[in-house]
Design a protein around this ligand. Structure first.
Ligand code: GLY
Length: 347
């Protein structure tokens, strides 16, 4: 018997020619009402499958090894072979059930398999719920360059079931909060103040507060993507902390949240020099409050090699996202040499 959540909220979000339907405060079992089970293949990872095996009963499932190290082209090729073996055709639905690695891989495979099949996501981490599963960018890493290869294509639906978060390790909660803090510091001063007042456990232990926080952050990202799907202006501001952050993530053994936390601190300090930002301390305090690192020793030369290939770099210049004040981010073009010199001074 299917159970319907009393509080489920359905929202349709139009992005260019596509429509993504969001099922907030939903239960995984509702998926059977959204798509035909006999024409669906779920792509998930070993961790999610093991922790939630009963949810997958009855569904065709491809189970991948977990981790960013597998967000690479050979995984894509292996999945495509499995889809061929399973006789997936143009009417097959692919549903990514997992964190950002799974939703990125599923979105990418779904956009190239038979030149495109229907795709939906069930994000299972806080980070995927508020950020990674939203926006249609998907793809794979190449060497030390994150997300070098991919497509932009919106999923048909996102189904939010927060019961997946019950098995989330502490580090994954911190990862999610790194992106939530980014949203607040770039766009929402009121959310930033709310985060300053609260702490991670205030949300983790309060289902309603958590659901509201997730929906607020998901809708914030949706609105930005709606306004600028192809990242020609507003959307680029979401890259705050990600230029150096992605390089740190690819060169060192740190999580995405930890890497972008360090990237945000570095960008805030650059902002103090380049765009008059005066509240680096406040940002550092919030990051630290949510268990994120604000200080690290890194080899800037190594990181620069990864940043050299960043998609925001053009010739000798790079578009860097800086802050003017809490809640107000700005994109500025600077010479790569100047950014390098200022980052060097921070070490
Ligand atoms: N898939 C993440 C994004 O589009 O931003």
């Amino acid at each position: 018997m299917l159970q319907k959540s009393n509080t489920m909220k359905q929202k349709k979000i139009r992005i260019a020619a596509a429509t993504t339907t969001c099922y907030f405060a939903c239960q995984f079992s509702h998926l059977r009402k959204v798509i035909p089970i006999d024409r669906t293949i779920i792509i998930t990872d070993q961790h999610v499958f093991k922790s939630h095996a009963s949810k997958f009963r009855g569904w065709n499932t491809i189970i991948l090894k977990a981790g960013e190290a597998y967000k690479i082209q050979p995984t894509v090729d292996a999945v495509i072979q499995q889809l061929v073996n399973m006789k997936a055709d143009r009417h097959t639905w692919l549903v990514g059930v997992g964190g950002g690695v799974i939703t990125d891989l599923t979105g990418y495979i779904g956009s190239i398999y038979m030149r495109g099949v229907n795709v939906g996501f069930v994000p299972t981490t806080l980070l995927a719920m508020v950020d990674a599963a939203i926006g249609g960018k998907n793809g794979v890493d190449h060497g030390v360059i994150k997300n070098l290869v991919g497509t932009i294509r919106q999923p048909s639906f996102l189904l939010y079931d927060t019961s997946f978060l019950k098995t989330l390790p502490d580090s994954e909660w911190r990862n999610g909060f790194a992106e939530i803090i980014k949203h607040a510091v770039c766009f929402k001063p009121a959310l930033f103040r709310e985060l300053e007042k609260n702490q991670l456990n205030s949300y983790r232990s309060n289902k309603q507060a958590l659901a509201a926080l997730i929906e607020k952050n998901a809708m914030l990202k949706f609105k930005i993507v709606q306004a600028d799907e192809k990242e020609q202006g507003l959307r680029s501001l979401l890259n705050f902390g990600h230029t150096l952050g992605h390089a740190i993530e690819m060169v060192y053994e740190v999580s995405h949240g930890e890497a972008i936390s360090l990237g945000m601190v570095a960008a805030a300090r650059l902002s103090a020099k380049l765009s008059g930002f005066k509240e680096t301390d406040r940002l550092q305090q919030v990051l630290a409050k949510y268990g994120l690192p604000t200080l690290a020793n890194y080899d800037l030369e190594k990181l620069m090699q990864s940043m050299e290939m960043d998609k925001k770099k053009a010739g000798k210049t790079i578009r860097y996202i800086l802050l003017k004040q809490i809640g107000s981010a700005v994109s500025q073009l600077h010479s790569f040499a100047v950014i390098k010199k200022l980052l060097n001074q921070q070490l």
